[in-house]
Design a protein around this ligand. Sequence first.
Ligand code: DON
Length: 309
Amino acid sequence: MLCHSSEELMAFVKEARSAAKEGKVAEYIPALAKANPNSLSIAIFYPDGKCISAGDIDKKMTLQSISKVISLALVLMDRGEKEVFSRVGMEPTGDPFHSIGKLETMSPAKPLNPMINAGALVVTHLLKGKSVEDRLQPLLSFIREMAGDNRIDYSEEVALSEYQSSFLNRALAYFLRQHGVIQEDVEELIDLYTKQCAIEMNCLELARIGMVFAMDGLDPMRGKQLMPPKVARICKTFMVTCGMYNASGEFAIKVGIPAKSGVSGGIMGAVPNTFGIGIFGPALNEKGNSAAGTKLLELLSKTYRLSMF
Ligand code: DON
């Protein structure tokens, strides 16, 4: 049994919206603090092109950490598993996404996984090209193709706001550079990383990207394989083990869907071989995941038995 209509979805949005009260909009990136904490939207994109949606679906979100899964897919395609995993690990941390603690205990100083900020900085470092713009363009093209919209771009306001306030990410990057895990100029890397995180779209486009991951990299509507199935499977595995940070275990039990969150309040879900989900609800819970978005996924998973476990 699957959710079939936007009306059905709207009932879940109404129920989940109250959970936003328990959350707070991210403030450490000043531009994100402007979001309306009570906003909530969801879209479900099916492989046959059908899309149902509910809530404030015209609202745009920046991808933030959701971009980490997509840059990982691109870098895996460009450089191969061996090179990527020689620099970043495959294990969950149980620590918050910006934690610096475990890095210092690792020898060599290899971040534990590509979903925490330290690991994501290593992945972004591996994007090929000479200039920041050269390296960003292939990522944007890949995202536009998966989302089915050529107009997708990054928000200059959010990118600049994060660039001007990324002291912790700079600290992580300098640590990684000191230990030879990355070799480039830290300011350039932060410039590229903040633009990557500021790529902006609505929940429908996010759901379409989730659908491509759900279909193991295939865009069934165009009959195009956008990434090898193996790459899509690696990404989905990280979504299960680390996609919701130190709430990933609880999320796997209560929801059981590969998903990735971002501090903007976005969540991308990929129900294997079934559909993609895009959610935007900016109020975050204490683990940095959308409070109403998480509630919405719990309700959907329970009602339609979406858990893969
Ligand atoms: O690097 C950062 O802190 C942000 N650009 C992304 C972090 C994020 O989205 C964590 N997600 N819950």
